[in-house]
Design a protein around this ligand. Structure first.
Ligand code: PLP
Ligand code: COI
Length: 361
């Protein structure tokens, strides 16, 4: 398709001192940059009206399909400031591809991958000053697509909008890189066979909120979901993939079974670990195997991974019966932290990128 040209409407930018105060301690998802991207779609016109405009509320008709039937998908990626001041994105093409996988499942239109990447770059050019330079800080980009037809019949909408907003980010979990405890959700499932588990759609996160609230009430930072049929085979966390590390250096991670998100951090870590000579097993793994391995010392580390959380070491798994496993003084594990260092080094430009994952904008 021919490239769409973006029109730009300048925002009244936040004064420099206020922006710098935010960038000094951004937290996660609290503040937004001066601009956003919007591209419209309709069955008849295809993708059109590509705009960079001031960040602000959307006009959404009360009958808009997204408000009633949840026809929505999103992505998450980060832009990093390298020591020389330049800005890079990490595997934006993979996010573009995954958006289209989600679009297919949610009966939304595909967005040409080059348009996704161009839209990310447009926003980064206009809001470059918002990419922070502090340790472990980045600009989190949130592309998303909503069905936007005013029609209450239940069918795929004939109008949609793709938007990108951006938010400066520090650590996702408060307290920095500190091992977290996770909660095993039994009766409340996130996904089932043939459902939307592999898509990045808002509904998956809506269904994770109640178990996440229960997790928090039990002192846990995240929920671990198992396959709803076995209640033992591990799927993933509410917003992250899971890796388990054996004492012999083998990494185990649940296979992409149609219920879990095919994480870009996950696939990057598989490549990094294999390049170091580690064996990586993508397969079914159960809570029982994990517990027994920790008990007999054959499993020594575990971590969660995702764009927002990077790599977060796991301390313990807690369930209704109490503590199911605990790494004790072994958390955070050595391999967990060294993979974290290598991945963030590639992202921040302090370690060579032999994979071609980072792209200057
Ligand atoms: N699983 C879920 C449910 C997620 O929300 C995320 C975050 O995006 C991930 C896994 C990790 O994916 P990625 O590494 O692409 O961010
Ligand atoms: C991400 O890591 O990008 C996520 O989407 C996780 C969460 C913030 C929803």
């Amino acid at each position: 398709m021919t490239a769409l040209a973006f029109t730009r409407t300048e925002a009244d930018r936040l004064p420099t001192a206020e922006r710098e105060a935010i960038l000094a301690d951004p937290g996660f998802g609290n503040h937004f940059t001066d601009h956003m991207v919007s591209i419209s779609w309709s069955v008849d016109a295809g993708w059109h009206d590509a705009e960079v405009l001031p960040y602000g509320p959307l006009q959404v008709d009360p009958a808009s399909s997204v408000l009633h039937y949840g026809q929505e998908i999103f992505e998450g990626l980060k832009a990093y400031r390298r020591p020389d001041g330049s800005i890079v994105t990490f595997r934006a093409d993979a996010n573009a591809r995954r958006l289209n996988t989600s679009a297919d499942r949610l009966a939304l239109p595909e967005l040409p991958e080059e348009l996704f990447v161009a839209a990310v770059n447009e926003l980064l050019h206009v809001d470059a000053d918002w990419v922070p330079s502090g340790e472990d800080q980045s600009l989190y980009l949130r592309p998303f697509m909503i069905a936007d037809e005013s029609f209450l019949g239940v069918r795929a909408a004939q109008k949609a909008r793709f938007l990108i907003i951006a938010s400066p980010a520090g650590a996702y979990f408060t307290g920095g890189v500190k091992p977290v405890s996770i909660w095993l959700s039994k009766d409340l499932a996130r996904a089932g066979r043939g459902g939307t588990g592999a898509a990045k759609c808002g509904g998956n996160y809506a269904s994770s909120l109640l178990p996440t609230r229960i997790a928090a009430a039990n002192g846990c930072a995240q929920v671990l979901f198992t396959d709803s049929a076995t209640e033992d085979t591990i799927d993933e966390l509410g917003g992250m993939n899971l890796f388990i590390v054996r004492a012999d250096g083998t990494l185990i991670t649940p296979r992409t079974n149609g219920n879990i998100l095919d994480g870009i951090t996950r696939s990057s870590l598989i490549r990094l670990a294999e390049a170091r000579g580690h064996r990586v097993e993508e397969r079914d793994v159960t809570v029982r195997e994990w517990r027994e391995g920790v008990a007999d010392g054959s499993i020594t580390e575990a971590f969660a991974c995702g764009t927002a959380a990077v790599i977060t070491p796991i301390q313990a798994l807690i369930g209704e019966e109490g503590t199911l496993l605990d790494f004790g003084a072994g958390a955070p594990g050595e391999l967990t932290m060294s993979l974290r260092e290598e991945l963030t080094g590639i992202q921040f430009g302090t370690v060579a990128d032999p994979f071609g994952w980072v792209t200057e904008v």
